[in-house]
Design a protein around this ligand. Structure first.
Ligand SMILES: *Cc1c(COP(=O)(O)O)cnc(C)c1O
Length: 230
């Protein structure tokens, strides 16, 4: 169990080193610990080591964990694929949703967000890798989607999320993340007030930080290899 806290510390050091290399403040990059496939015990260990934001990809798996850990001060982020008939528990139990790629999904999340909770934070998933990635809105369609989502009453549009096609070399990793950042800057130049770039995982978080990531989503580097990769 100490391995999780050691691994968490090692990831924090990677973030700090990458930030220092490009002159950013480490505090401007939030670490989202991706706990999918790992149980409440693993989450408790990371929590005891100071981690507060956790990411889950499947509602069916996440909801029992959220219930089991309801006494803890955890901010839950939904990072998985969204189906429009399964949005309700997500609107009820999460603080953030990272993978929105359709207006209809955002509309449902807004309608289903309970009145007693703050607006749901949303990132639009963009597909900067073309055919190499099935999910995400095409860059040319992002502004129109952002306009629709930003107008929803129970949603706070925070920014963009991306999962670029895996690339071995850092230059290619950075090129994909740079494309996301440029889209983000174009949207803000058009009047949006986005503050979040959710990009970078265990294998490419340094490249993402160099291109402006404000949230890195890290699973296996903290919790170990997933036995049933999702
Ligand atoms: C699983 C997952 C991650 C974490 O991936 P690792 O390579 O284990 O760090 C990040 N983002 C999304 C959307 C994921 O599904």
């Amino acid at each position: 169990m100490t391995t999780i806290s050691n691994a968490l510390q090692a990831v924090r050091e990677r973030i700090a080193r990458a930030a220092a290399q490009c002159g950013r403040q480490p505090a401007s990059i939030a670490l989202l610990a991706v706990s999918k496939t790992f149980g409440p015990d693993a989450i408790r260990v990371a929590y005891a080591a100071g981690q507060r934001a956790f990411g889950e990809s499947y509602a069916q798996e996440a909801l029992p964990k959220i219930a089991a850990l309801s006494g803890l001060d955890i901010e839950w982020h939904f990072i998985g694929p969204l189906q429009s008939n399964k949005t309700k528990p997500i609107a009820q139990h999460f603080a953030w949703v990272h993978g929105v790629e359709r207006a209809k999904i955002a509309q449902r999340l807004s309608e289903q967000r309970p009145p007693g909770l703050p607006p749901l934070n949303i990132c639009l998933q963009v597909n900067v890798s073309g055919e190499a990635s099935k999910s995400g809105v095409a860059p040319a369609q992002v502004a129109a989607l952002a306009r629709t989502v930003a107008a929803l009453p129970r949603i706070k549009l925070r920014g963009l999320m991306a999962i670029p096609a895996p690339a071995e070399d850092v230059a290619r990793q950075r090129a994909a993340f740079r494309a996301v950042r440029e889209l983000f800057e174009q949207l803000n130049a058009q009047g949006f007030t986005l503050d979040t770039l959710s990009m970078g995982m265990s294998s490419d978080l340094e490249a993402a930080i160099q291109e402006g990531a404000t949230i890195v989503r890290v699973g296996s580097a903290i919790f170990g290899e997933r036995r049933n990769p999702l």
